[in-house]
Each structure stands twice: as structure tokens, then as C-alpha cells.
Design a protein around this ligand. Structure first.
Ligand code: FEO
Length: 167
């Protein structure tokens, strides 16, 4: 790959996507253990999507003559306060992912790597969609209220979303 800075920045984004996949996997496992079948189904699926994002970057980088590095990852949290907090944490995490994609895009523009900038448009749109999905879930949680009795309803809602994924 011509620009080593772009290669480095893509490798950093590979870490972000790989960690996202692990984070949602940990959340899915926690939800499953708590009996939230719908939320866990939704989150297992989402973890797979993040792995797909990571692979997209791996293949692109290798195809362009760079070297995609498979990173060591820090362990995601094992425990979560409740199902609502899981989705609040996801929203925060996705905002961080969006900022990270934008930073990567800035590097490509600075390096005049317009091919990579073009390739990244898919990720830009994906972040818009993901943020909208998770904001929608948080809106539903606000609507239902954060009472313990609402756990079941939000889980059912997520089960419906897992059955008919938006993405
Ligand atoms: Fe790959 Fe949810 O960002």
C-alpha cells in the first residue's frame, strides 16, 4: 500500500471492529445467561456483523498491497447492570466507532488516497444506519420506562428485530 499512514489507520480500525464484535458477543452471552432470548439473538447477530466489518477491512488492505494485522484484544466487560444499560453502552460505543471511521477518512484525504476514501463511504453509511437502529431502541426504552417489569417487553421487541434485521 502506497501510504503507510493509511495502512496504519486501517489496521487501527480493524482493532475497533474486532473489539466491537467481541463486545457484542460478551453482551449477547450475558443477555442469554439472564434469560433475555430476544436481546441475545439480536446481539449475537450484531457481533457477526461487526466481524464482517472487520473482514471487509482485512481483505481491502491485503488486496491493496498492505498487510492486515490480526490484533490482540482487551477483554470486554463480563457483567452489565441491566438490559437497558447494555443498549446505552452500545450507543456510546457506536458513536466512538463513527468518530473512528471519520478519523480514518481524514487520514485518507490528507494522504490523497481517494480510492480508500471511496471504499470507506460504505462504513460511513453503515454507521448512520447503526446509530439510527440503536437510537430507536433507546427511544423505545424511554417510552416503556426503565422499570424492571419492562425488561420482558424490550426483550420481545428485540426478538422481533432479530427476526427481521434492518441491515
Ligand atoms: Fe462496525 Fe457497529 O460498527
Amino acid at each position: 500500500m502506497k501510504s503507510k499512514n493509511v495502512e496504519k489507520a486501517i489496521n487501527e480500525q480493524i482493532v475497533v471492529e474486532a473489539y466491537s464484535s467481541q463486545l457484542y458477543l460478551a453482551m449477547a452471552s450475558w443477555c442469554e445467561k439472564q434469560g433475555f432470548a430476544g436481546a441475545s439473538r439480536f446481539l449475537y447477530m450484531h457481533s457477526d456483523e461487526e466481524r464482517m466489518h472487520m473482514l471487509k477491512l482485512v481483505h481491502y488492505l491485503n488486496d491493496r498491497g498492505g498487510h492486515a494485522i490480526v490484533p490482540a484484544l482487551k477483554a470486554p466487560p463480563k457483567e452489565y447492570k441491566d438490559i437497558f444499560k447494555v443498549f446505552e453502552d452500545i450507543m456510546e460505543h457506536e458513536e466512538y466507532v463513527t468518530a473512528s471511521i471519520n478519523k480514518l477518512l481524514e487520514v485518507t484525504m490528507k494522504e490523497k488516497d481517494y480510492n480508500t476514501a471511496n471504499f470507506l463511504q460504505w462504513f460511513v453509511m453503515e454507521q448512520v444506519e447503526e446509530e439510527s437502529v440503536f437510537r430507536g431502541i433507546l427511544d423505545k426504552i424511554s417510552l416503556l420506562g426503565k422499570e424492571k417489569g419492562m425488561f420482558f417487553l424490550i426483550d420481545k421487541e428485540l426478538d422481533g428485530m432479530a427476526a427481521a434485521p434492518v441491515a
